[in-house]
Design a protein around this ligand. Structure first.
Ligand code: PGA
Length: 251
């Protein structure tokens, strides 16, 4: 059966010292017996230090927030999936809406990033989600399904089995406006049915689909109670260990 996962997305926050302290605080506040797999999505500059700070304890995973679609070479400033892997990370967040919007990442480019991540033994946390105008027009299901089709459906069944999906409605990210648990459940069920249409029901049932967008201790229990919501991708609330751990233990 699918795993429950709660991943923090620190985004472009924390100095190295602050990042190490935050990771140490999360470690101190957890026991390793939590129902959910915990993942910290940290700035690339902090990965090695956070991996060292965690020391493999409590099964806490570490994610990069991006990787290149290229293998290596003259791409100044880029970080390849093999470099990320060599730092000790085991996950990579791909296709976050901020990357799609501010760095023009397309579904096609993300398909390449997914390939690079998998080729380097990193688990992609693949983000999808619709902007407000698409939701208001009622077109959110086909819009988000297309993101999955174009970036994931080239994968073999074996590779697909390694993917984690995060549904993040763009209008809920950092806005304090959360999707209702009904909206989250409906979308997650639609996405799971879409995955089943390609990979079969069992593979779809085994895929963890996380919710992201202003998830916090106050709303996580209701969101995580939805049958198709398998955890969360947590931005703002992951920057305070107390709040993040409260979300982690909201199942
Ligand atoms: P938020 O961010 O929890 O601050 O809304 C979530 C995300 O962007 O992953």
């Amino acid at each position: 059966m699918r795993k429950k996962i709660v991943a923090g997305n620190w985004k472009m926050n924390t100095s190295l010292e602050e990042g190490k302290a935050l990771a140490a605080d999360v470690l101190a506040k957890t026991t390793g017996s939590e129902e959910a797999q915990i993942v910290l999505g940290v700035p690339a500059t902090h990965i090695t230090a956070v991996v060292e700070t965690l020391g493999g304890k409590n099964g806490i995973g570490v994610a990069a927030q991006n990787c290149s679609d290229k293998v290596s070479g003259a791409y100044t400033g880029e970080i390849s999936a093999s470099m990320v892997k060599s730092t000790g990370a085991n996950y990579v967040i791909l296709g976050h809406s901020e990357r799609r919007e501010y760095f023009s990442e397309s579904n096609e480019e993300l398909a390449e990033k997914v390939n690079q991540a998998l080729a380097n033994d990193l688990i992609p946390i693949f983000c999808c989600g619709e902007p407000l105008e698409v939701r208001e027009a009622g077109d959110m299901y086909p819009f988000v399904k297309e993101q999955l089709t174009e970036s994931l459906f080239h994968l073999s069944a074996e590779d697909f089995s390694k993917i984690v999906i995060a549904y993040e409605p763009i209008w809920a990210i950092g806005t304090g406006k959360t999707a209702t648990s009904e909206q989250a459940q409906e979308m997650h069920a639609e996405l799971r049915a879409h995955l089943a249409s390609k990979y079969g029901q069992e593979a779809a049932d085994n895929c963890s689909i996380l919710y992201g967008g202003s998830a916090k201790p106050a709303n996580a229990p209701e969101l995580f109670a939805c049958p198709d919501v398998d955890g969360g991708l947590i931005g703002g609330a992951s920057l305070k260990a107390e709040d993040f751990v409260a979300v982690v233990t909201s199942f």
